[in-house]
Design a protein around this ligand. Structure first.
Ligand code: C2E
Ligand code: MG
Ligand code: MG
Ligand code: MG
Length: 288
């Protein structure tokens, strides 16, 4: 701990740095077992088919309610789980919990697809195939309903087992989505070689789609290539009617974002699916 002695300036800096480091240390210490203590929950954000004008899927998004620190977001605690070596346990809990909750969800007689984010280190740890198979078995979720969301870095990592594991999962019938496409070093040519079923256009890309011509042209190219490859395209983080309009004009098939619906508890999603209440459908189905 820092000594109380020092100049006024030093004292003004120390508490702030101490707080951030202390928070990380505290989270790292408290994370193991958080799932068994009932501190984790899963929110579900609807994925909307722009052609069918209905909810066809949802993405599971983890939340940790720390007893003292309150809500902690996955961007903060997933890296901590990776470094602490508990990502496997965390992912197994998330998969099991999300699959159990999403199992009864359907709209228009069609069961919803369920997207679950999978971190690179879980893929690297080699238990993913076994973990997914166990969850499908214990919950009875049809493999075709499960969409594992991974990043390009995960898919192209050097780990020798990654490609084989992804292949095994797809042979089981599980779908694979390339998450956050448009960030990092995503290349169009590379797309043809990736073992995926769904392409998720990153929020940062969607943000610009109604604003500049290059992004719109790129979006049209991506949608065209995806169609040729038989991939579904999901736009992430759609926030404005203008973005949605540009995406529909470019031929994008699916969208997700605050404009359509926020991440919500499973019972709220069930209500949305039943009544349509809670969804904003700008220009999709009537007006509210
Ligand atoms: P992601 O997979 O790209 O998830 C989309 C993120 O965008 C979510 O943040 C979601 O709440 C947010 N979002 C949705 N609509 C909008 C919008 O219209 N505007 C904006 N600005 N944001 C929107 P969240 O829930 O904080 O999750 C962040 C990231 O954490 C996820 O990014 C994913 O990579 C990771 N994550 C979430 N759950 C899990 C999990 O169970 N396991 C692992 N390994 N990672 C997870
Ligand atoms: Mg995702
Ligand atoms: Mg994403
Ligand atoms: Mg993203």
């Amino acid at each position: 701990a820092a000594s109380a002695a020092g100049t006024g300036t030093a004292l003004r800096y120390r508490p702030a740095l101490g707080t951030a480091a202390e928070r990380r240390a505290r989270l790292r210490e408290d994370l193991p077992g958080a799932w068994d203590r009932g501190e984790l929950s899963v929110l579900f954000q609807p994925v909307v088919s722009l052609e069918e004008r209905r909810v066809t899927g949802c993405e599971a998004l983890l939340r940790w309610t720390h007893p003292e620190l309150g809500e902690v977001l996955p961007a903060e605690f997933v890296p901590i789980a990776e470094r602490a070596g508990v990502i496997g346990e965390l992912q197994r809990w998330a998969l099991e919990h999300a699959a159990t909750a999403a199992l009864p969800l359907s709209q228009g007689g069609t069961p919803l697809r369920l997207g679950v984010n999978i971190s690179a280190s879980h893929v690297a740890a080699r238990t993913l195939v076994r973990d997914v198979a166990a969850v499908l078995e214990s919950t009875g979720l049809a493999p075709e309903r499960l969409v594992l969301e991974v990043t390009e870095a995960t898919l192209t990592s050097e780990g020798e087992h990654v490609a084989a594991d992804i292949r095994a999962l797809r042979l089981m019938g599980v779908h694979v989505a390339l998450d956050d496409f448009g960030t990092g070093r995503s290349s169009l040519a590379h797309l043809t070689r990736l073992p995926i079923d769904v392409l998720k256009l990153d929020h940062s890309f969607v943000l610009r789609v109604d604003r500049d011509r290059q992004t719109r042209a790129l979006c049209e190219s991506v949608v065209g290539i995806a169609a040729a490859l038989g991939l579904d395209v999901v736009a992430e983080g759609v926030e404005t009617p203008a973005q949605l309009g540009a995406l529909r004009a470019a031929g994008c098939g699916f969208a997700q974002g605050f404009l359509l619906a926020r991440p919500m508890r499973v019972h709220e999603l069930a209500e949305v699916l039943g009544t349509g209440a809670g969804m904003v459908w700008p220009g999709l189905v009537g007006s509210r």
